[in-house]
Design a protein around this ligand. Structure first.
Ligand code: UDP
Length: 335
């Protein structure tokens, strides 16, 4: 008789947030067991629609110990980080404490309980101002703000932990995560919202609002910044592939997650007009400090090593799913 195979249990730290909740959904669709650990500072309990929810904070190491002693955790995915670049400049301690010190609590407790598999949410902000486009994983790492430095520090710490304790990890450097679950169950919901796509769509929904374009004098074809937008469901499939790969071949991995194509702020606004069929009021404003003209990733390594096949990252699909989610958010959550 065959032994019953149970799928591994994955602890998703920050699993009530935008990206973490989509990955929770993807893992459950693939049959994994998940435990969602989130302090709900930025996450939404209503996003925890799969797995078991535990309200908690990485600052509390004893709570982590209790969690790891109660459940047999096979791997950890870590999304719980502060990610407002501007705030990281004005309040760096907040970022170093949460994104580095509290994450060290997690790593230490993983080590205590012999959990050696970690998928870590990193960012293209670890590269700083690009020297060449598209950016590969070998591009020099010179982050230009504390947020990017916290993520780079964590990459160094994980590399040291791999050597010293045999930690297996994948650091996934996202470009611009966007879009939403096509079923409208979860989506992008930050408070405050600072990201381009939700703000553009909000301006389409509510005609009293407008979108301010941050700078029109960049060295790009239309003068506005170019970014690489990747659908959150494509991020999810990449995380699942990285996790399976770590289980099969434990090691140290770093991958860019982007779609290799850039879109300007003006192109996003034009596409949003088309998809929503609405007018969008635009204000042309000043540059936002710290914004490079162009950030586009080369994700060839992920595509070829793990056979990653992004399926939802056309601008049309990104905007359509984000637009559909906005209607749900308005109706269900009265926002
Ligand atoms: N942006 C903008 N107006 C806004 C928000 C963003 O023009 O209200 C621009 C921003 O300067 C950048 C791009 O849109 O070039 C994407 O910004 P976002 O904050 O969404 O992501 P980031 O690239 O900063 O991670």
């Amino acid at each position: 008789m065959n032994a019953i195979q149970t799928k591994p249990t994955i602890l998703i730290v920050g699993g009530a947030g935008y990206i973490g909740s989509h990955i929770n959904c993807a893992l459950n669709e693939r049959g994994y067991n998940t435990i969602i650990f989130d302090n709900l500072v930025y996450g939404h309990e209503s996003f925890v629609q799969w797995g078991k929810f535990i309200l908690g904070d990485l600052a509390d190491k004893n709570q982590l110990r209790l969690l790891f002693s109660q459940y047999k955790i096979d791997a950890v995915m870590h999304f719980a980080a502060y990610a407002y670049v501007g705030e990281s400049v004005t309040d760096p301690y907040k970022y170093y404490i949460n994104n580095v010190a509290n994450t060290l609590n997690l790593l230490e407790v993983m080590q205590e309980f012999d959990v050696k598999t970690l998928v870590f949410s990193s960012t293209c902000a670890v590269y700083g101002t690009p020297q060449e486009i598209p950016i590969t994983e070998n591009h020099p790492q010179n982050p230009i703000n504390p947020y990017g430095r916290t993520k780079l520090m964590m990459e160094h710490i994980m590399a040291d932990a791999a050597q010293a304790y045999g930690l297996g990890y994948a650091a996934l450097r996202y470009f611009n995560a966007a879009g939403a679950d096509p079923g409208g169950r979860i989506g992008e919901w930050h408070d405050p919202e600072t990201h381009l796509i939700p703000l553009v769509l909000e301006a389409a929904r509510d005609q009293s609002r407008s979108i301010t374009v941050f700078g029109t004098d960049y060295e790009t074809p239309d003068g506005t910044c170019i970014r690489d937008y990747i659908h959150v469901n494509d991020l999810s499939s990449a995380h699942c592939l990285a996790l399976d790969h770590l289980f099969d071949q434990p090691g140290e991995y770093v991958f860019n997650l982007g779609n290799g194509q850039g879109f300007s702020v003006k192109e996003i606004i034009d596409s949003a007009r088309e998809i929503t069929g609405r007018g969008i009021n635009v204000i042309y404003g000043q540059r936002r400090p710290g914004d490079p003209a162009k950030l586009v990733g080369n994700a060839q390594k992920m595509l070829s090593t793990l056979n990653w096949t992004p399926q939802s990252s056309s601008i049309k699909t990104i905007l359509q799913t984000a637009w559909d989610w906005l209607q749900v958010k308005e109706q269900k959550y009265k926002t």
